[in-house]
Design a protein around this ligand. Sequence first.
Ligand code: DX5
Ligand code: ZN
Length: 221
Amino acid sequence: MVEIAPSLLSADFSRLEQEIGDIEQLGIKMLHLDVMDGHFVPNITFGPGLINSLRPLSKMIFDVHLMIEQPERYVVDFVKAGADIVTVHVEAAVHLHRLLALIKEQGVKAAVALNPATPLSSIEWILPQLDMVLLMSVNPGFGGQAFIPEAVAKIRALKTMMKEQGIEIPIQVDGGINRDTAPLVVEAGAEILVAGSAVFGQRDRGDAIRQILKGVAMVRE
Ligand code: DX5
Ligand code: ZN
């Protein structure tokens, strides 16, 4: 099953309650929340306080993508705020194994994100600990950037690596996903598509979601 996880980053921050309600009504089950600290990435977004305020407004899965340094310092806060999935960057983790255990101890799902230049070998030995892998198809920091095409081969290679280890967890792709690039990543094996500008950036979100799913359905037939 292919799922779209709209990224709140491209929503209108002056009316978040309506924005969230809008996509939930359209059948979206997962909301992607991009947390940026101005250090790991050159942009600052929001923290646990905002997520905590949004939590009572929605039943969607809160998929929290931490683009922050020293993620181990904040994991517990984000879970308390309402995260259902916590994704940390392999590049930001010194003791990744310990960090993933900490996330799991909080009773939520643990995922790891890889920047475009980061090799898959960086997660080879911790795959069994993961609930999801996020492959970045842009350099993290901003919405609306162009898809990096090498991500397609990387998804394929990850799929192979997972098969070799007998692991079946979803691959999530984030960055530059739209109706043109979605079929490419799904064909390669991605199941969860993060889309910021291609959903929240569009006037008609229903139509935007339908168009993406339509293209994807064709490659999965
Ligand atoms: C980028 C973020 C993305 C971003 C995607 O650093 O991790 O989730 O919101 O935006 P689009 O879909 O516009 O590339
Ligand atoms: Zn993201």
